[in-house]
Design a protein around this ligand. Structure first.
Ligand code: DAH
Length: 357
């Protein structure tokens, strides 16, 4: 019996997996196993012999059974350890950049300029892209015969047959949001209005849809000096330079009087654009003091209130800041272009953390 015990406990200790263990169980304590065969021999023994051998066989059977279940548990533990060792996943690893979406440069530039103007006390206003002829033109002091209407290459919506009202237009600029904001909020008011605008035009620097940001500040004592300061602060913050020289050039827009176009000092060295240095000037925006007729169209008394407005091309800003040469690529939806020029998702620009990282 000692031999049996030594044999099976040794086999159990050496079993490599559950199948091997089951084979040992059948051979040792199964119905036709070696211990069962020994049990059958009890009948041939004398009562004295049986009294010794019976309990001893039962004890042997118990011992083998408990060795089997202990080994079974140990094998299961080892199998689990092995799985845990091979199937682990480091959830702290960064995500795979190739699979990650990225932020379009226009969205990035819009977030950046919104953060800057928010610091300057401007809130964000929006208007519809399908705009009434009145908001897009008349209210902005561009009457029906005005050449600016033709210059803007307007997309007109179709009216129903027999409907003689002026058709709606795809807004040609964000300036109508000036009118809508004044109608909604009255004065004083300080808003920026970023968004898409449309003109029938297509070449390297023009696309039929592009983006502008309108600015509007109306109060009792707002002057051209405020306009100049706000624009200088904006440009310095946006291009992340300490100093920048702006040139205000007299110009004409129907909705401002006086009007100024603003150029920024820059240099082009080997096709590399640098802001704030050099002998070149680059036009970046139109601006001026809001025309009294426009203030009145917004439902505000121009005898009491005055203010400034400006309109900046966002796509243009993005091209300048991020060094993107062709405007058309902005709207090609080419994933390779987006991966190259796009920005990391979830990195919201703010003035304290840095605008573009
Ligand atoms: N709306 C003009 C455009 O699309 C830009 C502009 C010029 C906006 C002067 C203004 C402004 O608010 O004051 O070309």
């Amino acid at each position: 019996m000692d031999d049996l015990k030594a044999k099976y406990l040794g086999q159990i200790a050496g079993a490599g997996d559950e199948n091997a263990l089951e084979a040992i169980r059948v051979a040792a304590v199964g119905k036709k196993g070696e211990v069962a065969l020994k049990m059958r021999e009890l009948g041939k023994m004398t009562p004295e012999e049986r009294q010794v051998a019976g309990p001893a066989l039962n004890a042997l059977k118990d011992e083998i059974n408990s060795a089997l279940s202990a080994k079974k548990a140990a094998l299961a533990d080892a199998a689990l350890d092995e799985r845990l060792r091979t199937e682990w996943l480091d959830v702290t690893l960064p995500t795979r950049a190739r699979r990650q979406g990225s932020i379009h440069p226009v969205s990035q530039a819009t977030e950046e300029l919104t953060a800057i103007f928010a610091e300057l006390g401007f809130s964000v206003a929006e208007g519809p892209r399908i705009e009434t002829d009145w908001h897009n033109f008349d209210a902005l002091n561009i009457p029906g015969h005005h050449p600016a209407r033709a210059e803007m290459d307007t997309f007109y919506m179709r009216r129903a047959e027999g409907d003689d009202r002026p058709p709606h237009v795809l807004r040609t600029h964000t300036s109508p949001v000036q009118i809508r904001s004044m109608e909604l909020q009255g004065a004083p008011i300080r808003v920026i209005c970023p968004g898409g605008v449309y003109r029938a035009d297509y070449d390297q620097t023009h696309t039929p849809m592009f983006h502008q940001v309108e600015g509007l500040a109306i109060d009792k004592d707002i002057s051209m000096a405020n306009l100049k300061w706000v624009l200088e602060e904006f440009v310095k913050a946006f291009f992340e330079v300490d100093d920048v020289e702006l040139r205000f050039r007299a110009s004409h827009f129907p909705f401002t009087e006086p009007s100024a176009e603003v150029d920024i000092r820059c240099s082009w060295d080997n096709g590399q654009l640098k802001i704030g240095e050099g002998d070149d000037w680059m036009e970046i925006l139109g601006s001026g003091m809001v025309h009294p007729k426009v203030i009145a169209a917004g439902g505000i008394d121009p005898e009491v209130y005055q203010g400034f407005a400006f309109g900046i091309g966002i796509d243009r800003l993005a091209m300048l800041k991020y060094g993107i040469p062709d405007l058309r690529a902005f709207f090609d939806s080419d994933l390779r272009w987006l991966r190259h020029y796009g920005f990391a998702a979830l990195d919201m620009p703010n003035l304290h953390g840095g605008l573009s990282r």
